[in-house]
Ligand binder design. Structure first.
Ligand SMILES: CCCCCCCC/C=C\CCCCCCCCCCC/C=C/C(=O)SCCNC(=O)CCNC(=O)[C@H](O)C(C)(C)COP(=O)(O)OP(=O)(O)OC[C@H]1O[C@@H](n2cnc3c(N)ncnc32)[C@H](O)[C@@H]1OP(=O)(O)O
Ligand SMILES: Cc1cc2nc3c(=O)[nH]c(=O)nc-3n(C[C@H](O)[C@H](O)[C@H](O)COP(=O)(O)OP(=O)(O)OC[C@H]3O[C@@H](n4cnc5c(N)ncnc54)[C@H](O)[C@@H]3O)c2cc1C
Length: 643
């Protein structure tokens, strides 16, 4: 199962080796992090990042190994933006000459970059950005300027204190004419003494949600006061500006300017299963250790994992972790394919890839953030302790619902793709993830054939149910949209239904990828049979949760929906014996989990007790402030003694 989770034996070996390397190195200790103040926390992260870079070079780690190393170090920092956004932006949007100049510098970290797109006034609406890049023909330069307070760049990670360079998105202006938003490579700091370059105001935007997690990152604010950069620092794969000030567009679509976001959204989907599996592992192990009620004749109480209600909250999350792992793997291969095509100027699959990355980013991050919080509750009161590992994980993870495309905004992008696909049905056969929309007639006409709970243990029945639900919701929206004279007005009016239809479409993708995975790629019958159970749990849990959709579209009868739920409960009993094996297969080491409740050895209570004594408040019996503020209250003679 460990190999099935990792994707291959080689992938397992690489991640396992890196997990052990980090766990066994005292530099990467992290239990004390929550006790540090912001400055110490930040410095501590800089120290770890520098040490990690040394290890990467000294040990000559491959790119894959270096990624796992960063992952297991488990602290967001400036290198995330450098490797995940700055470098890909140059790769995807730079010309050959620009790549030749900038990539070697970035890949050896002689420069450190960030991605400065969002502003105080605009994040989602990229076309609304206000920073200007005005071409000056006399000097062959662009003048970068922040004309308003709301045009201040706001959020870029690593920008406040570390990055030496940034890809800055700004409105291109030539001779007073606006030519859209473009990316520019801008140096922020001196490579000698690290001070901000003249004309730039740089700072940190302040503390964020949670203490010890995202505050390791220096998210920054940046303002320009007429800062000049050479013309050849505009990223020019999509559009070019000549030294005469002529603006020209290549054959490549403008959407490539948004390419870096497609790349990172794919990474975020691939990473969702890491965060969810981490929370599920903690909650499952603890649910086996924790006992409440049910003692008979003085025997042990019931393990809380044996309560049906606990199972009905926990096991769908376990199944979701596996579903997200597989859909992340699938999306990565789709992305690798589109990347190769884009390099060869084939843009045909870009719209579908954009819809998949946007929609699956929204689906997986929302379910993962909610899932981590549910795992915290599944651990009862102890889940609220930092030493459970869950509060910090939640604080780290939840912004994923907002960054890289706010989730609702992303689902509306999927909706645009689906509406377009449906309106083209007469003359363009949909392919890939939208292929089912080409079979609308049977999907709209045929209803579910399930008669017994057992009938739901059939991938074809499940797939057809999810296809029919999504198709009916999408086509229903399409029909209602057609009644509006102004399509944009109609889209806005129907946006709530469109987001629900998009979610149905994305859930269909995750369910069908899980089924596909079982049909083709699982080594060993035992592993395959166990994963089949999780696949059914995932699908039937979604069906139960969204049964309103399945019933309202008329595909299921109430009887069939309740048979699905009956089957789901039976499946929970089949998951139970393997629950620990399923979470051990994630191969999460204690160091990575950083959780007293999720310990591999189950030795929860002594370690929980021990962890409490490490709190700085327990350094002495009488702490600072007691004599000054508590004793005077105790010793005063009150007039209102009776109160
Ligand atoms: C316990 C503690 C644990 C700690 C653990 C720590 C561990 C960490 C360790 C290691 C991790 C390492 C890996 C980390 C990886 C993740 C890094 C993440 C870092 C996060 C940093 C965040 C960065 C950011 O947020 S950057 C800013 C992102 N901003 C956005 O996403 C903005 C969203 N807005 C948009 O995308 C667009 O503006 C829009 C699409 C919403 C609207 O754009 P508009 O131009 O108005 O477009 P529209 O008219 O709707 O569309 C025009 C056509 O273009 C198509 N289209 C739109 N976008 C794209 C695209 N991206 N690609 C292709 N096509 C696109 C659209 O469909 C339209 O097409 P049509 O055919 O014309 O209809
Ligand atoms: C931790 C973190 C790190 C970040 N790192 C970076 C970074 O490195 N670089 C960078 O450039 N940016 C970064 N960002 C910014 C991030 O990309 C934006 O915050 C994100 O894209 C959301 O945009 P917004 O803040 O403008 O939200 P808004 O768009 O203002 O969202 C507010 C609300 O309005 C709704 N809404 C907005 N538009 C629509 C619409 N058309 N229809 C319906 N509802 C709508 C949303 O659903 C949401 O509910 C980061 C953000 C965070 C939290």
């Amino acid at each position: 199962m460990k190999v099935a989770w990792a994707g291959s034996r080689e992938a397992f070996q690489v991640s396992d080796r890196m997990a052990k390397l980090v766990a066994n190195d005292p530099v990467f200790e992290k239990f004390s992090k929550p006790m540090l103040g912001r400055k110490e926390l930040f410095k501590n992260t800089l120290r770890k990042a520098a040490y990690a870079w040394k290890l990467i070079n000294d040990l000559r780690l491959t790119e894959e190994e270096a990624k796992w190393l960063r992952h297991y170090i488990d602290e967001p920092n400036y290198t995330d933006l450098h490797w995940e956004m700055f470098v890909p932006a140059i790769e995807g949007q730079g010309t050959k000459e620009q790549k030749k100049k900038w990539l070697p510098l970035a890949q050896t970290m002689q420069i450190i970059g960030t991605y400065a797109q969002t502003e105080l006034g605009h994040g989602s609406n990229v076309q609304g950005l206000e920073t200007t890049a005005t071409f000056d023909r006399q000097t062959d330069e662009f003048v970068m300027h922040s004309p308003t307070l709301t045009s201040s760049k706001w959020w870029p990670g690593g920008m406040a204190k570390v990055a030496t360079h940034a890809i800055v998105y700004a409105r291109l202006i030539i001779d007073g004419l606006f030519h859209g938003v473009h990316g520019f490579i801008v140096q922020l700091r001196s490579l000698e003494d690290h001070s901000p370059l003249p004309g730039l105001t740089l700072g940190d935007i302040g503390m964020k949600f949670g203490h010890g997690t995202y505050n390791t990152m220096d998210n920054g604010v940046l303002r320009f006061d007429h800062v000049r950069i050479p013309r050849n620092q505009m990223l020019m794969r999509v559009s070019q500006v000549t030294k005469e000030g002529k603006y020209a567009q290549s054959d490549v679509p403008r959407q490539l300017l948004y390419g870096t976001m497609v790349s990172v959204r794919q990474t975020i989907v691939a990473d969702a299963s890491k965060a969810l599996s981490r929370a599920v592992c903690i909650a499952t192990r603890y649910s086996v250790v924790r006992r409440q009620f049910g003692s008979r004749n003085g025997g042990p109480e019931t393990q809380v994992i044996d309560y049906k209600t606990q199972q009905s909250r926990l096991f769908p999350l376990l199944a979701s972790a596996y579903a997200f792992r597989f859909v992340g793997e699938w999306l990565k291969s789709l992305y690798i394919d589109v990347k190769q095509r884009l390099e060869a100027n084939d843009f045909s699959t870009l719209p579908e890839t954009h819809a998949c990355t946007a929609g699956l980013k929204a689906l997986t991050t929302a379910a993962t953030a909610d899932g981590i919080e549910e795992c915290r509750k599944l651990c009862g009161g102890h889940g609220y302790l930092i030493s459970s590992g869950l509060p910090e994980l939640f604080a780290f993870y939840v912004p994923a619902c907002s960054y890289e495309g706010e989730n609702v905004v992303m689902m509306l992008q999927v909706a645009r793709f689906l509406v377009k696909t449906v309106s083209n049905l007469g003359y363009k056969q949909p392919v890939g993830t939208a292929a089912y929309l080409g079979r609308v007639t049977p999907l709209l006409q045929n209803n579910c054939a399930v008669q017994t709970a057992e009938d739901w243990l059939n991938p074809d029945a499940i797939l057809e149910a999810f296809e029919a639900r999504a198709a009916r919701m999408v086509i229903g929206c399409g029909e209602r949209l057609a009644m509006f004279e102004n399509p944009e007005e109609g889209f806005a009016e129907l946006s709530i239904d469109l987001v629900e239809a998009s979610l149905a479409h994305c859930q269909l993708i995750t369910v069908s990828v899980f089924i596909q995975k079982l049909n083709h790629e699982i080594p060993g019958n035992g592993v395959k049979r166990s994963l089949e159970v999780l696949c059914y749990v995932y699908a039937l849990f979604l069906l139960h949760k969204h049964q309103g959709d399945f019933l309202a579209t008329g595909y299921l009868t109430p009887k069939q929906a309740s048979l699905a739920n009956e089957q789901l409960r039976t499946l929970y009993s089949k998951v139970r014996p393997n629950a620990i094996a399923f979470v051990d297969s994630f191969n999460h080491m204690d160091h990575y989990l950083c959780s007293v409740l999720g310990r591999y050895d189950g030795n929860v209570y002594p370690k929980l007790y021990e962890a409490a004594w490490k709190d700085p408040l327990n350094d002495s019996d009488i702490v600072d402030g007691i004599q000054q503020y508590v004793q005077p209250i105790l010793k005063q003679k009150l007039h209102y003694a009776k109160l």
